[in-house]
Design a protein around this ligand. Structure first.
Ligand code: ZN
Length: 243
């Protein structure tokens, strides 16, 4: 059977979005999963989302929120909202789950595909890639033809060809041989590109196709969980507008 990869990232404890995405993966015939990190943070189901991701048994890289929750002791440098969610998340997950988060690598490679949460240019610094210069700094460190990432919560494709870096706007994209690709798969649990639908990507090694998927999910249910948990109202509001 041909392999079909689903690349999920920035799930951010959003169980309602994650369940819809996994249903779609099954419908699409996905055989393998990859996760670009930030399983926790922002939303109200960290325990459930961690259980699901661990049960997938797939490579998962460390996101900044995974790192903050499991490894950063002093939260003085965080804004109070961010610190509140980190503390709340710690109170919801088990010691075993904390230990699991601590073990996540900052980058991983599977079948010639690299995963990183933010950028291979110092992965543990979690820099943002929003422009060509930042993408160029990343490509210096990318040795595989294909690397998936997240962190900005905005789906995006950068291509490196003959030393030059290009941004490509496409929903379905066939990657020519001999070029390098750095692809942001968007966010399952808190999209920020103005489209509130859950985002992930599917990759078919056989025909070198990458497809971005967007899915409606029950945003009101996710907002209700945030409010019931007493998390900042802003986190509920932003889900509805995809910002
Ligand atoms: Zn994130």
């Amino acid at each position: 059977m041909d392999r079909l990869f689903a690349i999920l990232g920035d799930i951010h404890s959003n169980l309602d979005a994650l369940q819809v995405v996994l249903d779609d993966c099954r419908a699409q015939g996905v055989t393998d999963f990859l996760c670009t990190g930030d399983v926790v943070g922002y939303n109200a189901c960290p325990h459930e989302c961690l259980q699901i991701v661990r049960d997938l048994g797939c490579p998962v890289v460390m996101g900044n929120h995974d790192h903050y929750v499991s490894s950063v002791q002093n939260l003085d440098d965080f804004n109070p909202h961010a610190a509140a969610v980190i503390e709340w998340t710690r109170s919801q997950i088990t010691d075993d789950e904390l230990a699991y988060l601590r073990t996540l690598p900052f980058s991983a490679t599977k079948m010639g595909v690299t995963l990183v949460h933010a950028t291979l240019d110092n992965p543990s610094a979690f820099g943002y890639v929003f422009d060509h210069l930042q993408a160029e700094s990343h490509f210096v460190h990318q040795v595989t033809p294909l690397c998936f990432h997240g962190h900005t919560h905005c789906p995006m494709i950068y291509e490196k060809q003959l030393g030059a870096v290009y941004r490509i706007d496409a929903q379905d994209f066939r990657m020519p041989i001999g070029r390098k690709y750095f692809i942001n798969v968007g966010s399952v649990g808190q999209p920020r590109d103005g489209d509130p639908r859950a985002a992930y990507a599917i990759y078919s090694p056989k025909d070198r196709m990458v497809r971005f998927r967007r899915l409606e999910y029950d945003i009101e249910a996710a907002q209700g969980r945030i409010r019931a948990a007493g998390l900042p109202e802003r986190l509920a509001e932003r889900l509805a507008v995809g910002q």
